[in-house]
Design a protein. Structure first.
Length: 202
């Protein structure tokens, strides 16, 4: 083969290589973006699924704890409520019982007058100043409220009502404390997945 022919063949081969490289490069960039987008979607979906499962389990745990405490408090009130007859200090005994019940976890107790207005503030309200969970989190796991009204009577008069109600505030605060620790771990796990995918396709 003559020199001009060899030069033309080399030039054609070079153009073919350049063309193949130019055709390969545009295909590589969309594939990289697709893999990165897929990794981001999977990691985000995984984080959301794990968070949803944790919230669901937390809601069930809060409900069970609250219902159990409410049943115990309600049974205690019915068994120890001062009797209607006798010369005892009925209201004084009811107030002391209310303070004792209000000191329990997951429940609250208050004495109401005959019009349904509270006669006193919650006895142990100052002891329940735990860090509050965000409203959106509380709304997700707060169970249905439970309440019972037990009459305080001294024959023939009704002196008031002792109200026992469920109060999951402290339990929700504990759950939020654990959940707020897990959230950064979930985020870092998702970020690690994205970075690993980025390293593999680079």
């Amino acid at each position: 083969m003559t020199a001009p022919a060899e030069g033309l063949g080399y030039a054609a081969h070079t153009r073919a290589d350049a063309g193949s490289a130019a055709g390969w490069l545009p295909r590589r960039l969309p594939m990289r973006r697709l893999a990165l987008a897929l990794a981001c979607t999977v990691s985000m979906a995984l984080c959301l699924v794990v968070a949803a499962v944790l919230i669901l389990n937390a809601g069930n745990a809060v409900r069970e704890e609250t219902e159990s405490s409410f049943r115990i408090a309600s049974d205690t009130v019915r068994q120890r409520m001062p009797p209607s007859f006798g010369g005892r200090d009925t209201m004084g005994d009811a107030i002391r019982l209310t303070e004792e019940i209000d000191g329990l976890r997951h429940v609250s107790a208050q004495i109401l007058d005959s019009n349904g207005q509270p006669l006193q503030l919650r006895a142990h309200g100052h002891e329940r100043a735990e860090p509050a969970a965000p409203r959106w989190f509380s709304a997700l796991i707060t169970p249905e409220p439970l309440q019972e009204l037990v009459p305080i009577t001294h024959y023939p008069n009704v002196l008031g009502m002792l109200r026992v109600a469920s109060d999951p505030t402290d339990e929700i605060a504990e759950v939020w404390e654990d959940f707020s620790t897990i959230l950064p771990v979930l985020f870092l796990t998702g970020l690690a997945m994205v970075l690993l995918t980025l390293g593999l396709i680079s």
